[in-house]
Design a protein around this ligand. Structure first.
Ligand code: ATP
Length: 199
């Protein structure tokens, strides 16, 4: 699976639409300080489901929308579109190309599309689980992350291996199943209380 292109508009410093084609084996992005290199990797993480404004260097999610400059008024919408080559079906979707799209409007409404169909953000996150990609994977290593990984405890570092090995997805599903069991237990207890009251 390879990235094919990234299109961003209204995202952080990228007011106008910009498309980057990843048509070579290696794509390097260079530019002076503050020109938006990190914003590009953040756009990648965001479209793949990032939900923490803090990890996108913001206070709230709306901070990712172009906030205006000396010459331009702020915009009302941020959009990122990412296309993958999926010939090898690494993503569990039966199309050779997969396109994910995420939009956020000032005011808070947001939208996610997978191959042009509206989906939940969770569907996008699930799509990348165990693929070695995704917002939490180590295919994107942000500034400061290398130091954090080296300084972390071995038990925390295990996560790096678990993600591409496919363990993280099972852990998440186990956690969700446990939560459902707990919820069912609570419901049963409540029913028992009501039955006892009625007897
Ligand atoms: P460095 O090489 O110093 O790490 P960089 O090329 O990675 O820099 P970024 O950190 O990606 O640069 O970009 C920072 C720029 O993005 C700043 O000029 C900042 O004002 C701008 N920026 C961030 N959020 C927004 C926003 N919502 N609207 C407009 N501009 C923004």
């Amino acid at each position: 699976m390879a990235l094919k292109s990234l299109k961003i508009s209204g995202f952080k410093s990228f007011a106008d639409p910009v498309t980057i084609e990843f048509d070579q084996k290696i794509t390097g992005i260079v530019g002076p300080n503050g020109s938006g290199k990190s914003n590009l990797t953040e756009a990648l993480r965001w479209v793949m489901g990032e939900q923490s404004p803090k990890s996108l260097r913001g206070g709230k999610m709306e901070d990712i929308i172009f906030a205006g400059s000396e010459k331009r008024a702020p915009l009302d919408r941020a959009e990122v579109i990412l296309k993958f080559d999926n010939h090898n079906r690494q993503l569990n979707i039966e199309t050779d190309e997969v396109e994910i799209r995420r939009r956020l409007f000032r005011g808070g409404e947001s939208e996610c599309l997978l191959n042009n169909k509206k989906v939940r953000l969770k569907d996008i996150v699930d799509l990348f689980l165990d693929s070695g990609l995704g917002r939490d994977s180590f295919s994107i290593i942000s500034q400061g992350n290398v130091e954090r990984i080296f300084n972390s405890k071995p038990s925390d570092r295990r996560f790096i291996i678990e993600e591409p090995a496919g363990v993280s997805g099972f852990k998440l599903k186990k956690h969700q199943a446990q939560q459902q069991l707990q919820q069912t237990d609570n419901n049963l207890q409540r029913i028992n209380d009501i039955v006892q009251e009625l007897e």
